[in-house]
Every structure is written in structure tokens, then in C-alpha cells.
Design a protein around this ligand. Structure first.
Ligand SMILES: [Zn+2]
Length: 231
């Protein structure tokens, strides 16, 4: 097991490598996708917290330049504020998922409230895309058994991550995020980044570096499939 670069804090390492032994405890969750050996290595970039006024468009432009697809986990009240950006994301071939209506923490919130937030958000997204919402990422990655069972009953897949470079963390830089990602990414990895004004300067620059690195190696960047079709 590799140790993190000395310049980086332990959070991304713990979230990315330290969680590996715990992942199989959670039903109906994806951390890393199956990687068919005959296909080019594929990475699943994901962006949480959008859509936002400026960052979403900038992310879409960079992804387009590298012919990369990704998955955006949307906050319901941001969907209502920026409906045209939801349509832009989907029209560009990216996938969208549910990130609750107000970014509630499932560890601190009654399950019924979390479910109401998820349903409300799914309705808001579907109103602008016309399609069902079958992917869900809990804010902060805070899983609960009730949430996983709810997802299983409703044909919704809970999406966690294989690589979390912590672009939101104090002290993170574009270089630390890109370096951590390229050091730990594997075929099938799901990577968490953010569509958030707080992280925008770091995330945009890191995304560019990650896409340049992966494209030079013949890696493919794809949107997550709808929950029924994945591994
Ligand atoms: Zn979030």
C-alpha cells in the first residue's frame, strides 16, 4: 500500500485508500467500476454541488476540449436557480445525479427528511432533463444503512468514490489535487471533484492537468452509466 506524497495531508489518502477495506460493507454503492481488460482504462470524474453560475460552464468547456464525459451530482436548490445549466450538462453528454436539495448531512438529519430532499431534487432535475435520476451521492459521503436500503428499494445507485483528492480542503492546490489524483487513479476509478465557487480556481486547473495526463496515456473519461447498467 503506497503512502501519500509527503506534501499532502492525510485526508485524501484516508478517504481514497483507507476506506477500501470498509467498502464492501455498504450495499447498493459504487466506489470503482468494473474495468473490462479489452477496453482502454476508463476514469469516471464526478463533480459535486453544482450547477453554479460560473464554474459549471468553465468545467464543461475544459471537458469538451478533451472530449471527456463526467457526472455532475446536483443540489436541488441550485438546479432551481440555474435550470439552463442542467440542460447544458445533459446536452453535452454528461450524466447527472442527486446530491440532496440543501446539501443535508445524513448523519445529522432524520431519514424521512433526507428522503424528502432526495425526492424533491429528483423531481427538479427530471423537470429539466425529462429523464429519471438513478444516481445519488450523499453530501460529505455520509452513508447510513437507511439511505442504502432506500436507494436499493428505489433502483437508485449510491455513488461514493475511489479517489478523493480533497479539492475543498484548506491548503489544497491545483498541483496537490492533480498529483494526488494521478498517483492514485486506477482503471474504473470514480474521482470526486467539485463544481463550487469555493474550489473553482483549484478544481479547474487540476482538471486540466488530470485530463492532459490521462489523455496522453490513452485513458478514457466517461460518464457513469444509469444505475441498472453498471457493475
Ligand atoms: Zn457536496
Amino acid at each position: 500500500m503506497a503512502f501519500p506524497p509527503a506534501s499532502h495531508s492525510w485526508l485524501p489518502w484516508w478517504a481514497s485508500v483507507g476506506t477500501r477495506p470498509l467498502r464492501s460493507w455498504w450495499p447498493h454503492t459504487w466506489w470503482r467500476m468494473a474495468a473490462p481488460p479489452a477496453e482502454p482504462p476508463t476514469v469516471y470524474l464526478t463533480f459535486d454541488d453544482g450547477p453554479t453560475a460560473i464554474a459549471t460552464e468553465a468545467l464543461l468547456r475544459i471537458l469538451h476540449r478533451y472530449e471527456a464525459r463526467a457526472t455532475f451530482f446536483l443540489i436541488g436548490h441550485h438546479v432551481q436557480a440555474h435550470p439552463q445549466r442542467v440542460r447544458r450538462i445533459v446536452e453535452a453528454g454528461h450524466a447527472v445525479g442527486n446530491h440532496t436539495f440543501t446539501h443535508v448531512d445524513a448523519w445529522q438529519t432524520a431519514h424521512a427528511t433526507v428522503v424528502r430532499e432526495l425526492e424533491h431534487t429528483a423531481q427538479a432535475i427530471t423537470a429539466h432533463t425529462g429523464g429519471p435520476v438513478s444516481l445519488l451521492r450523499p453530501p460529505y459521503g455520509h452513508l447510513t444503512p437507511a439511505l442504502c436500503h432506500w436507494a436499493g428499494r428505489h433502483g437508485v445507485r449510491v455513488v461514493m468514490w475511489d479517489v478523493m483528492p480533497a479539492d475543498f480542503q484548506r491548503g489544497a492546490s491545483a498541483m496537490s489535487v492533480a498529483r494526488f489524483t494521478t498517483a492514485y487513479v486506477r482503471p474504473g476509478s470514480i474521482v470526486v471533484l467539485h463544481d463550487n465557487p469555493m474550489t473553482e480556481p483549484i478544481t479547474l486547473q487540476a482538471l486540466e492537468a488530470i485530463l492532459r495526463w490521462g489523455t496522453a496515456r490513452g485513458w478514457r473519461f466517461a460518464a457513469l452509466p444509469a444505475s441498472q447498467t453498471g457493475s
